[in-house]
Design a protein. Structure first.
Lengths: 585, 350
């Protein structure tokens, strides 16, 4: 059903992040939905405020000042719907990522079947799987009970049994959960989400009734071969909200303002990526990456099929004061564009746990942040790829599937000192293949659109189509095997007005073809030596229309996977050269 | 913009709520004077349970086994006590493997909560119990100097403080910890030598207050029984001059160290309290505020980490040399130098 602009009107979305709270306003301007402005403030979930409302109100105050529209009434409540004097908004939505990750215990029958699916389901929101229980584990029941009591999880995810399949063994696994709930003080009892054999629902209800809050979602492993997380994912999001509402004052109020539709930021981000995938419906997927302080989120949608992974272990802030392992330190250090002693990097990362919102003012600190961003993106996408569907084809094992566009958000990417640095972090961290477009969510509105998607799809379509996102450029990455310096791709760019520009691309190079922002052109590719540019087969080329982005057209022939020189001096020289090639400093 | 506040105060009123997360037994009474290590309340936070399969032990069905139960829910049992049986000619029985209390009995099973040492919640500061929190703990109040830390190893203790730091960033060596310091709290500046921690534990000291420490030592510090508290953070970060002066001028005084882990989602923060009599009444310190000129601030990030200064101007959004854009303020550092710094890298000293 089409959405009427008049009916839908303005939309305010608040996102409560772990460091910042943002309020984003959309409204109809000249017959189309537009992103108007945003206001942000520090998140106040922690001490001394212990209530997210303070941060929300300050963010709204700032937004009011920018747009000159009153959003909060004298009664301190949101003015909704909008009044005839122009104050207020017509719709409200909210997302949240603040708070410590939920502690999840995953329960499943078989280690690599239902238990693996339960773990993957947990990873679709801000959580850490702190323990697993399965038939494979040989612990006594009392050891399992003691583990549950010691860990005090927020959520127990129970999977297992194909539909109308195993039942007694699943119920046996539930016994320690029930006993632990009975023994724990009421406010420490975990919520339980059952996503196993649907025939067991009544028995599960009767064994846990009165002991805890019980939730159900469709079986995530209805058959041994088939995994289905989508519906359960929405239920996990609802359970997350319900737990957060209990944990952090002010969250419940946000949920009320949004008519009970508060979403985890990651779920909203996943929605907009899936939406975009349905909108473009090409053979490639759509990839979203959100590098946040509390977690890195990877959302990949292939033909509307979403894989969502939230990785708190790869958040840029709220790390651990435990010393970084040498291997991780090496991994980060090899991406440093300036010389920084390993010792300094180690201490910098430990201090981030004490001061998660501190900003990098020096060249060294900025280099560490950007190196860390590359590593967390690499690790997060590697983890997420395990859950990509079969139709997500890639040109080689361990390489990213063909995706277009790549939507990137998170301050380290969007607030980087130069767009060249943003683009290079994305190319190095994600290592895309073939032809893709790099899109930067500079206004931090992607998750806001996801929150709006269900109620107002037209708004999402029109905003995605507007200039509210920054198009860095089309990136062409030929994939194959050739010695550095070997020509691997020829391309011709035909500008409007028939002016042409031809380039021969050599293995190992990174270069840019100028195409001003918004200008249209046609790009023809001829891969050489059997290189693959994602046109259907190795060595196959083709032509397609392109639109200029902020950086033009980026041709990344540095190789996949990207191999860095072992020699530190050569590596740093190369980093400088690559950055210069993209026109950055 | 909201300003994070760190307390480094020569005299203030300090009020701390010390409560158990679950109901337990409150040990103190209202009006009682307590030391930092006195127990406020105790509870079995992580009880251990033992599930006995009575049916299997007796060799009968689960339904039949219930009639052989000797112990019922609520009964105290000692290790070796018979809890079910005897059955048959062999007179099979099931005995309790530990001292404890039967929590559930039936359906062929007995669940025993094993007796264990309860968790003891310490006062954390020396002062007076001004209010009891029923079944959970108490509110303790005192006056004195208060110095917030940024990291702690989770331990609590108190003792006479001996200053071993000659300068704000001097490395503490094992030689500086001799036997004369046994039982005291040592103020050092920087620690990078694992031998220092080992010596502190061997003596033992009652606590270690440091400006900073190598993060490599975190695992060792976390295993120590005495509190280790950092004022600045990790790496060689000199102690800020305000804290250094305050601590060094209180040499040989009693100090309480609560080196609890800093948790931004609760009010837990590592701190040093030096109990001092207040001249008249002193108010509680301010816990929240916004950045404004004339505030004293500490810098939390490079290039002026640990330096203290006064905000002279709010600057709005500034583009830094490395391209970073951030809401900023101009700060006059203690040596007179002026620097423009992101607000995100400042905390108000109050």
């Amino acid at each position: 059903m089409a959405t009427s602009l008049v009916d839908a009107g303005s939309l305010l979305v608040v996102d409560v992040g772990s460091v910042s709270t943002r309020a984003v306003l959309f409204d109809v301007v000249a017959g189309r939905f537009r992103f108007l402005a945003s206001g942000s403030a520090p998140t106040t979930a922690g001490a001394p405020y212990h209530n997210v409302s303070e941060g929300v109100r300050l963010a709204l105050d700032r937004l009011q000042n920018v747009v000159g529209r009153r959003l909060i009434g004298a009664d301190e409540q949101l003015i909704i719907p909008s009044a005839s004097d122009g104050s207020g908004v017509d719709k409200f939505a909210a997302t949240i990522s603040a708070g410590t990750p939920l502690k999840v215990v995953a329960v499943g029958l078989l280690e690599d079947v239902s238990l693996e699916s339960a773990r993957r389901l947990a990873m679709t929101t801000y959580s850490r799987v702190v323990q697993s229980i399965s038939l494979n584990d040989r612990r006594r029941q009392d050891a399992r009970i003691n583990t549950l009591i010691r860990l005090r999880p927020d959520l127990v995810l129970v999977a297992g049994g194909t539909d109308n399949g195993a039942s007694q063994s699943v119920l046996k696994l539930l016994e320690p959960v029930g006993l632990a709930c009975y023994l724990l003080p009421e406010h420490y009892r975990p919520d339980v989400l059952f996503v196993g054999n649907k025939a067991l629902r009544e028995e599960v209800k009767s064994s846990l009734r009165g002991l805890t809050t019980l939730h159900f979602a469709p079986n995530i492993r209805p058959t041994l071969e088939f995994e289905r997380l989508d519906t359960a994912q929405s239920q996990v999001a609802r359970v997350f909200n319900s737990i957060r509402s209990r944990q952090i004052p002010g969250v419940e109020e946000l949920d009320v303002w949004s008519n009970g539709k508060l979403l985890p930021t990651s779920s909203a981000f996943g929605r907009v990526v899936r939406f975009d995938s349905k909108l473009h419906s090409n053979k490639k997927g759509v990839l979203g990456v959100d590098v946040g302080a509390s977690a890195t989120t990877i959302a990949a949608a292939f033909d509307g099929d979403l894989t969502l992974g939230v990785y708190p272990q790869y958040g840029l802030g709220y790390g651990s004061t435990e010393p970084v392992e040498d291997t991780s330190l090496e991994e980060i250090s090899r991406w440093l564009v300036v010389e920084v002693p390993n010792e300094y990097v180690r201490e910098y990362l430990a201090n981030k746990a004490c001061y998660p919102s501190a900003l990098p003012v020096t060249a060294e600190d900025m280099a560490i942040e950007q190196a860390l961003a590359r590593v967390v993106m690499q690790n997060a996408v590697r983890q997420a790829a395990k859950g990509f569907p079969a139709q997500a084809s890639s040109p080689g094992e361990g390489l990213l599937p063909w995706v277009e566009p790549i939507l990137a958000t998170g301050s380290v990417l969007t607030q980087a000192p130069s767009l060249a640095q943003s683009a290079l972090m994305l190319l190095d961290g994600l290592q895309p293949v073939g032809v893709t477009t790099l899109v930067l969510d500079q206004n931090h509105i992607a998750s806001a659109l996801g929150a709006a998607a269900a109620a107002n799809p037209l708004l999402v379509v029109q905003i995605l189509d507007s200039n509210s996102f920054l198009y860095l450029g089309t990136a062409i990455t030929p994939v194959g095997n050739a010695r550095p310096g070997t020509p691997v791709l020829r391309l011709k760019l035909t500008y409007e007005g028939s002016q042409e520009s031809s380039v021969e691309v050599k293995q190992g190079s990174l270069q840019v073809l100028a195409l001003p922002q918004g200008q249209k052109a046609r790009l023809q590719l001829w891969p050489l030596h059997g290189y693959d540019v994602g046109m259907g087969a190795s060595g196959r080329g083709g032509s397609f229309p392109v639109t200029g982005g902020a950086l033009g057209i980026i041709i990344d022939a540095r190789g996949r996977p990207l191999a860095l020189p072992a020699d530190t001096a050569k590596r740093r020289e190369l980093f400088k050269k690559w950055l210069a090639a993209l026109g950055g400093l | 913009m909201f300003a994070p506040i760190t307390h480094i105060l020569p005299i203030t009123s300090i009020r701390r709520e010390r409560v158990l997360p679950i109901p337990g037994k409150v040990i103190v009474r209202s009006g009682q004077k307590v030391n930092a290590t006195d127990i406020i309340a105790e509870a079995n936070l992580r009880p251990e349970y033992i599930l006995l399969d009575i049916a299997r032990g007796l060799g009968v069905s689960a339904d039949r086994s219930d009639k052989y139960l000797i112990s019922q829910a609520g009964d105290q049992v000692a290790q070796g006590d018979m809890v079910a049986g005897p059955v048959g000619l062999a007179r099979r029985v099931v005995r309790s493997p530990r001292d404890g209390k039967v929590v559930l009995a039936g359906g062929g099973q007995i669940l025993i909560e094993a007796a264990s040492k309860p968790f003891q919640l310490k006062a954390g500061i020396s002062g007076e119990v001004v209010e009891l929190v029923a079944d959970h703990g108490a509110i303790v109040e005192t006056t004195g100097a208060l110095i917030h830390g940024v990291w702690g190893n989770g331990q609590v203790d108190f003792g006479v403080m001996t200053v071993q730091a000659k300068s704000p960033d001097q490395a503490l060596t094992p030689n500086q910890l001799d036997v004369s310091l046994r039982g005291s709290v040592v103020l050092g500046a920087y620690c990078e030598d694992p031998e220092v921690l080992k010596t502190a534990e061997d003596l033992p000291l009652r606590g270690l207050i440091l400006a900073s420490m190598s993060s490599v030592l975190v695992p060792a510090a976390m295993k120590m029984q005495l509190p280790v508290l950092l004022i600045e953070g990790f790496g060689r970060r000199p102690m800020n001059p305000v804290a250094f002066k305050l601590l060094t001028t209180n040499d040989r005084r009693d100090v309480a160290i609560n080196a609890e882990v800093w948790d931004r989602f609760s009010s837990a923060r590592p701190e040093v309290v030096i109990p001092l009599p207040a001249p008249g009444s002193v108010s509680l310190p301010k816990e929240a505020g916004v950045f404004s000129p004339d505030q004293q601030v500490r810098v939390t990030g490079a290039p002026f980490t640990g330096r203290v200064g006064i905000i002279t101007n709010m600057k709005g959004i500034i583009v830094f040399q490395n391209g970073l854009r951030a809401q900023s303020a101009e700060v006059r550092l203690e040596n007179g130098e002026k620097a423009i710094l992101p607000l995100a890298n400042l905390e108000v000293l109050a």
